[in-house]
Design a protein around this ligand. Structure first.
Ligand code: GTP
Ligand code: SPV
Ligand code: MN
Length: 613
């Protein structure tokens, strides 16, 4: 028997017909529309507990909260199995895994045929953004995972209204997810069904997502990376806006002036933490708008306007504690789904960095664990899933859906060396160059070697749904719609520079407010900055570091621009650009040439000490 994937439903088409076609292919036992009403949610949570897929945590210690333990081989995004199936290979570009859409449809049809046998197929209508907002986009996720349906209920705005709007002809993006583990009369279900064969496939022309084999995070919650970044980046290219892997935060100065900052850091590099930081600088306040994804569009006023399309946080658990992130710690006191953290004997959760280790635990794989055990109790990519409405600092825009005007855009990553704590781009093109050449040490958020430095342009390497150099071109072009005096200013930051002994030189977390405050003062025109070859730097005094007790080494190194390191950096950027076969936009190449030129100039006779910094 030959199967095909149902064709993408066209604009204004009947979603029920498409759902029936997917059901005919995947053959679930039953089809259930899931609107995430309180009753539906309670019933699905209870059923998941009965089936052993969720553990209910102690109702006094962690009310309304649950623990999920994944299969040990399904713990993070799988970049090697993520595909962009554009008609032309050059539209996917050299940084994506390209597959021909016709052959991928055939390959997937064979996987999806009968994939949901014995299971329930949930149909989840969701909105990215508040449903009545002009920037909102709708989608349907079909999934055979109750965990995915429950998580979608937290991470997106799931409602019957969205289905009505779709039935009334609104545009929507179809997404299909199966864990790839059909049940037969003689196969027992497991607590985390999944398949060793995995596909995270995107069809940019027809705006579809098909995901098979994984139940974890961005592989399974298709509204997140698959729709809101990979498909949305393509929509943005075609329609004149940007879908970005960024946090969004509002800082208000002691004088009461609000500043809106978006920041692109790669996975597990500090977005959630920065989005809800508790400033250690008196008088400054923070409101949280988003922690992972920003959609932004130039307005008629020449400013860049931004929204967070998500409704929840899927945050990294390890490292989250009262000392580092008291806001998140209180946000996840209740009504939270935890995945792959450790369980205490009292049925509460624990992970490295939350508190001193309890005497005995059950680790993320269900094994006994004591302090001193030579593996972490919580998986390094263990996560909490919680409504953004639970964040004590959540901004009013979470409810109203209003967009905010961006004052600054930050690029950052984990760099043990080379990149100073903070510096400003000379202009938009220089900022685009900073974004395009960002590099970061890899983390546990995706498969791969943790700690290896890789270029991760705009923190979008795994998330750009089209050709990376076309995407840089789009960033350059979008500035034509911005007023140069009102466009967001661009900065680079690095909280992760290390000293000789391997320790972080910068305290990070709440003290990052010192850097953000400098950025706001730059935007307001209140502080000068020193021109250096790599950009405009603050002094330590500008960062109000008094009281931090920085070591001599930290004072010396945090803002240092080291000649040898930057010579190696520019050489490595040039080599990396060479891999794009002449497609790097000339304006970006020109920025590299200017940087090399500025670096060489500091060695010429007469170069100022200040330029040498
Ligand atoms: P994704 O959800 O994967 O996109 O990650 P993210 O960018 O939101 O990262 P998150 O804020 O969850 O931080 C990831 C890890 O970095 C956690 O273990 C944090 O404790 C740690 N971290 C965050 N901010 C800082 C900081 O300023 N300094 C240091 N040293 N560590 C930090
Ligand atoms: C990331 O890896 O950037 C995440 C987690 O935010 S996931 O949703 O799994 O992509
Ligand atoms: Mn992320």
């Amino acid at each position: 028997m030959r199967f095909t994937l149902p064709p993408a439903p066209g604009f204004g088409s009947d979603c029920a017909l498409w759902v029936a076609e997917v059901a005919a292919l995947t053959q679930p036992d039953r089809v259930v529309w899931y609107y995430d009403t309180p009753d539906e949610r309670a019933a699905l949570l209870a059923q998941s507990v009965t089936e052993g897929k969720l553990t209910k945590l102690d109702s006094d210690l962690r009310p309304g909260s649950y623990l999920a333990r994944s299969d040990a081989a399904d713990v993070a995004r799988v970049e090697s199995r993520t595909f962009i199936c554009s008609e032309s290979e050059s539209d996917a570009g050299p940084t994506n895994n390209w597959r021909d859409p016709i052959s991928m449809r055939a390959e997937l049809a064979a996987r999806f045929a009968g994939a949901m046998r014995g299971r329930t197929m949930f149909v989840v209508p969701f909105s990215m953004g508040v449903a009545h907002s002009p920037l909102a986009r709708f989608g349907l996720q079909i999934t055979d995972s109750a965990y995915a349906a429950l998580s979608m209920g937290v991470m997106t705005r799931v409602s019957r209204e969205v289905r009505t709007r779709i039935d009334d002809g609104a545009n929507w993006v179809p997404t299909v997810h199966s864990v790839g583990a059909p049940l037969t009369a003689d196969t027992a279900d497991t607590n985390w069904p999944s398949n060793t064969d995995k596909y995270i496939a995107h069809f940019p022309e027809t705006r579809e997502v098909w995901s098979y084999g994984s139940g974890y995070g961005g592989n399974a919650l298709l509204a997140k990376k698959c729709f809101a970044l990979r498909i949305a980046s393509v929509l943005g290219r075609d329609e004149g806006w940007l879908a970005e892997h960024m946090l969004l935060v509002r800082l208000t100065s002691p004088e009461g002036r609000p500043f809106h900052i978006a920041a692109a850091f790669p996975s597990a590099c500090g977005k959630t933490n920065l989005s809800m930081l508790q400033p250690t600088l008196p008088g400054w306040t923070v409101e949280t708008l988003g922690d992972d994804i920003v959609w932004m569009k130039p307005g008629g006023d020449g400013r860049m306007w931004a929204i967070n399309p998500e409704a929840g946080f899927f945050g990294v658990a390890p490292g989250t504690g009262p000392g580092t992130n008291p806001v998140a710690t209180s946000m996840i006191e209740r009504d939270t789904i935890f995945t792959n953290v450790a369980l205490t004997p009292e049925s509460d959760v624990w992970w490295e960095g939350l508190s001193p280790a309890p005497a005995a635990l059950t680790d993320w794989q269900g094994q006994p664990w004591q302090p001193g055990t030579d593996r972490p109790a919580a998986h390094p990519n263990s996560r909490f899933t919680v409504s953004a409405g639970a964040c004590p600092l959540i901004a009013e825009e979470y409810f109203s859906g209003r967009a905010v005007p961006l004052d600054a855009i930050l690029f950052g990553g984990r760099r043990a060396s080379t990149t100073p704590l903070a510096f400003e781009a000379y202009n938009w093109d220089h900022g685009v160059f900073m974004g395009a050449t960002m590099a970061s040490e890899q983390t546990a958020a995706a498969e791969g070697t943790v700690g290896r430095v890789r270029r991760d342009p705009f923190a979008m390497l795994p998330f750009c749904g089209y050709n990376m150099t076309d995407y840089w071109e789009h960033w350059l072009k979008i500035s034509e719609q911005l007023d140069p005096d009102r466009a967001p200013r661009i900065f680079q930051v690095n909280w992760f520079r290390r000293g000789e002994n391997g320790d972080f030189l910068w305290p990070g977390f709440g003290d990052n407010a010192r850097v953000l405050a400098w950025i706001c003062r730059r935007v307001a025109g209140y502080v000068p900055a020193s021109p250096t070859p790599i950009g405009m730097l603050p002094t330590l005094d500008d960062l109000h570091v008094h009281g931090l007790n920085l070591t001599d080494e930290a004072q010396d190194q945090l803002l240092a621009v080291n000649d040898a390191e930057w010579a190696a950096e520019t050489a490595s950027i040039r080599e990396w650009f060479d891999g794009f076969d002449g497609h790097v936009p000339p304006r970006v190449l020109e920025q590299l040439e200017q940087l090399e030129h500025r670096l060489a100039a500091v060695h010429e006779p007469g170069a100022t000490a200040r330029a040498r910094h």
